[in-house]
Each structure stands twice: as structure tokens, then as C-alpha cells.
Design a binder for this molecule. Structure first.
Ligand SMILES: Cc1cc2nc3c(=O)[nH]c(=O)nc-3n(C[C@H](O)[C@H](O)[C@H](O)COP(=O)(O)O)c2cc1C
Length: 188
């Protein structure tokens, strides 16, 4: 199902960003081409060089980069994707994309794409339980985004509860399920 698919992986600035490296590796093992977009905050956690090495493709980081934008790169990324996955998705990214904000490369690609979108949040449990975040999640579902629930367990912030990034294998399984759906197609 995943073989030969173009998957755009958006990595936002959560502590679980390093786990997305393993996600790239697993998707490539299954035959996908993975193109990574990192937010500025994500680059505080993992370097673009790491994702470039594991994905085998240049990593897109900037909306206004002259090299990356020589073919209107954000529209190219938005159009070429069979699926866009955001993992980990921060509370901030949920807030922005649920309101159509497009103030960096990742959020602009999300607004510009007609590809299916899978969002995998990971955050502190109080951020997750915050009614504002829950409203944003409901809004995304209403607008056709697929969302995975965070896993429960011990969190990097020291708390115990819901907020962990689901295991990489579960994310891969969710992606396979999406591709297996007969009606997965461009939104509109
Ligand atoms: C050490 C550290 C860990 C963080 N982990 C998370 C996290 O797991 N989830 C989250 O939503 N925000 C987390 N944040 C906050 C985000 O980095 C912050 O909201 C940032 O603006 C997100 O930007 P982005 O959504 O553009 O990537 C963390 C911040 C720090 C300093």
C-alpha cells in the first residue's frame, strides 16, 4: 500500500521530533518516498541534516528560501503528496492549521494541499486536555483531517497521562489503513 507513494512528513517542535526519524526510516523500508518539512522549532530538537540523511531527500525548512522556492516549492510539495502526515504535531500547529493560518512553510503547504492529511499530536497532557486544543482537534476532524489520539504513559515533562506520540509502528499502520481505503483521494 505504501510502496511508491510520496509522503510529505511535517515535523513540528515537540520533544518527540526525534521519533519522526524512525518513522521516516520505516516508511522508506516499506518503499515510500518521504519528503520532510521541518518547522523552525523542530530544528531546535533535531537537525535538518538528520532528516535529510534518513529520508535521502533535501529537507524543506523555509517558505522564503530562494533555492527551495525556485519552483514555488510549497505548491510543488502540496501537489506532489499522496498523503501529508504531521508527526509530531504540536498544540501550536493544531491551533494554526485548524484556523487556516499559513505563516510558515508547513502550515502553508497544509493549507495549499488537496491531499489527505494525517495529524499525530504529542504534547504535555494539560496542553492536550486544554479545551482550546480539544476545540482545535474537533475542528480539524470536521474539516476532514485524520487524527490519531496521543498515547498514555510517562511524558517527557515528568507527568503521567495522555500526550505521548503513538508508537512508530502504530503510525505506520494508520498510514497503511488510510492508503487501503478505497476512497482515499484528493480532497475538494
Ligand atoms: C523542551 C521543549 C519541549 C517541548 N515539547 C512540546 C511538545 O511535546 N508538544 C508541544 O505541543 N509543544 C512542545 N513544546 C513547545 C513548542 O516547541 C512551541 O509551542 C513551539 O512554538 C512550537 O512551534 P511549531 O508548532 O511551529 O513547531 C516544547 C518546548 C520545549 C522548549
Amino acid at each position: 500500500m505504501i510502496k511508491t507513494k510520496n509522503i510529505v512528513l511535517g515535523v513540528s517542535g515537540g520533544i518527540a521530533a526525534y521519533k519522526a526519524c524512525d518513522l521516516v526510516r520505516r516508511l522508506r523500508e516499506k518503499g515510500a518516498e518521504v519528503f520532510v518539512i521541518m518547522t523552525q522549532a523542530a530544528q531546535e530538537f533535531v537537525t535538518p541534516l538528520t532528516f535529510q540523511t534518513v529520508s535521502g531527500h533535501p529537507v524543506a525548512t523555509s517558505l522564503f528560501d530562494l533555492t527551495q522556492e525556485n519552483e514555488i516549492g510549497h505548491i510543488h510539495l502540496a501537489d506532489s503528496a499522496d498523503l501529508i502526515v504531521i508527526a509530531p504535531a504540536t498544540a501550536n500547529i493544531l491551533a494554526k492549521i485548524s484556523h487556516g493560518i499559513a505563516d510558515d512553510l508547513l502550515t502553508t503547504v497544509i493549507l495549499a494541499t488537496v491531499a489527505p492529511r494525517l495529524v499525530v499530536p504529542a504534547m504535555n497532557l494539560h496542553m492536550w486536555e486544554n479545551p482550546i486544543t480539544q476545540e482545535n482537534v474537533a475542528r480539524l476532524r470536521k474539516h476532514g483531517f485524520s487524527l490519531m489520539e496521543p498515547a498514555e504513559g510517562s511524558l517527557a515533562c515528568g507527568y503521567e497521562g495522555k500526550g505521548r506520540l503513538p508508537e512508530v509502528e502504530e503510525i505506520v499502520h494508520e498510514i497503511e489503513k488510510l492508503f487501503a481505503q478505497k476512497n482515499i483521494r484528493k480532497i475538494k
